[in-house]
Each structure stands twice: as structure tokens, then as C-alpha cells.
Design a binder for this molecule. Structure first.
Ligand SMILES: [Mg+2]
Ligand SMILES: [Zn+2]
Length: 239
């Protein structure tokens, strides 16, 4: 049994920007500024949903949103590392675990021509209306049972519980010889608590995840710091 799992956060981990913020920086910086204030009182996924509706009402088209996503920075080394890994090693599952949304991520992966490399994308829901408005909604329906994570995950999704559910569906932790988790944000700390001693967290520096690991500790897995995507590629090249 040599199967490996590599789980990627998307914003500032697999990609070189934050999708939710980038779209508004490109298409409507005034809304981007408003989000900075509103995020203190409105749940982030709900805030993105609200601002996307306003963007549509203001006349911005589906094509403009898609173009902004295609223009978002993506490191060629990350892309190359994943392509080479999947070609060389069929015993690796690649999964995205992200607080962005299905449409943003799918649009970018297809534009970068790497969508076929991923086995699962676990994220918030999103769909285009016929009029070209992007409807974004939480992965965990606010009207249904809540995840009640005690580690601090936002109500839209608990990354630890989502990782646990994915692994369980694949036959449990014994199905994987080694699990990697590539992340940068404070909400990437919860899933790391599920990793074992043989697993590795690849935490981007200088970003909030590193700070949380140093402050709260309590991890069984090893932690490797990285700054540039080329350093993740170096690790992928060894698998
Ligand atoms: Mg991130
Ligand atoms: Zn959690």
C-alpha cells in the first residue's frame, strides 16, 4: 500500500491569489473596500454572494468575471509539479479543500488546463443563472444541521470534517501511506489536527497558518515551511 493523498487549499496555496478578493479588485475595487469593513459582521461566503449579486446588478457580465479568474496569477512551477507527478505516479489522489467556490476553482483549473488532474474539489456551491449572475452559497446549508467545529472553522464549512469524510469514503486513513496538506490560512489549521505522525503539512510562510501552528501546536504531523510554489514542486518531484 503506497497510496498518497495531497490536499490543497486553493487561495494563496495552489494559486497565487485569493479568488474572492481578486475578482472585486479587478472588476470593482469599491466593493472590495466595502467587503473589508463588512466582513466583521457578515459571514464571508454570504458576503461574497451578496457582492456578486450587486456586481451583476451593476452590469458586470459573466464573461468579465471569467476573464478576471483567467487573469489571476498561477505559478507555472505548481502546474508543472502536479502534471509531472500525476504522469509519473498513478498512486496519488489530488484533492482541493477550499473556502472559495466551485465555479471560481473550475474556471481557473480549466484555463490552466489542469482540471483533469484532481480527484475531488470540496468547496462552496456556485452556479451561473441564465442572466449571467453567479449565485454563491455555503457548502453547509445555513438552514440545515451545522458542523459545530470547535477549532474555529467558519459556518460555511469545517475543513477538518470535510477531510475526514473524504478519507473515510476512500477506505479510511489506513488506505493512505502518507497524506500531505498544502495550506496558508488560519482555517487550514483544523484539518491538520487530523493528520498522523507520518503525514506532512506544507505551510506557506509568512501567512496566518504558520502563526497558528506556532501558537497552538498540538500537531502529530511534521511541518515544512515554504514561500514559493517552486518549493512545493521540489517536494512533489520526490513523490
Ligand atoms: Mg488559502
Ligand atoms: Zn473545523
Amino acid at each position: 500500500m503506497a497510496r498518497k493523498l495531497i490536499t490543497f487549499d486553493f487561495d494563496w496555496s495552489l494559486s497565487e491569489q485569493d479568488t474572492d478578493r481578486w475578482v472585486f479588485e479587478v472588476l470593482d475595487p469599491k466593493k472590495r473596500r466595502q467587503m473589508k469593513t463588512l466582513k466583521a459582521t457578515v459571514q464571508w461566503t454570504d458576503l461574497v454572494a451578496m457582492k456578486m449579486k450587486e456586481l451583476h446588478a451593476d452590469g458586470k457580465s459573466r464573461e468579465q468575471v471569467e476573464q478576471a479568474l483567467k487573469d489571476m496569477p498561477f505559478h507555472p512551477a505548481m502546474k508543472r509539479g502536479l502534471e509531472n507527478l500525476k504522469q509519473r505516479n498513478k498512486d496519488v489522489d489530488l484533492v482541493i479543500l477550499s473556502n472559495s467556490n466551485q465555479v471560481y476553482i473550475q474556471t481557473i483549473l480549466e484555463h490552466q488546463k489542469i482540471a483533469h488532474l484532481f480527484d475531488a474539489i470540496i468547496t462552496n456551491k456556485a452556479e451561473w443563472t441564465e442572466q449571467g449572475c453567479l449565485n454563491v452559497s455555503r457548502r453547509v446549508d445555513p438552514n440545515g444541521p451545522q458542523h459545530n467545529c470547535a477549532i474555529g472553522c467558519s459556518p460555511n464549512m469545517c475543513k477538518g470534517q470535510e477531510l475526514e469524510a473524504y478519507v473515510a469514503a476512500k477506505g479510511g486513513w489506513e488506505a493512505y501511506q502518507k497524506v500531505f496538506y498544502v495550506g496558508d490560512g488560519g482555517n487550514d489549521y483544523c484539518p491538520l489536527l487530523h493528520l498522523r505522525s507520518q503525514d506532512t503539512a506544507l505551510a506557506r510562510y509568512p501567512r496566518p497558518l504558520i502563526a497558528r501552528i506556532e501558537r497552538e501546536g498540538n500537531l502529530k504531523c511534521s511541518v515544512v515551511k515554504w514561500v514559493g510554489a517552486w518549493e512545493v514542486e521540489e517536494i512533489l518531484d520526490t513523490l
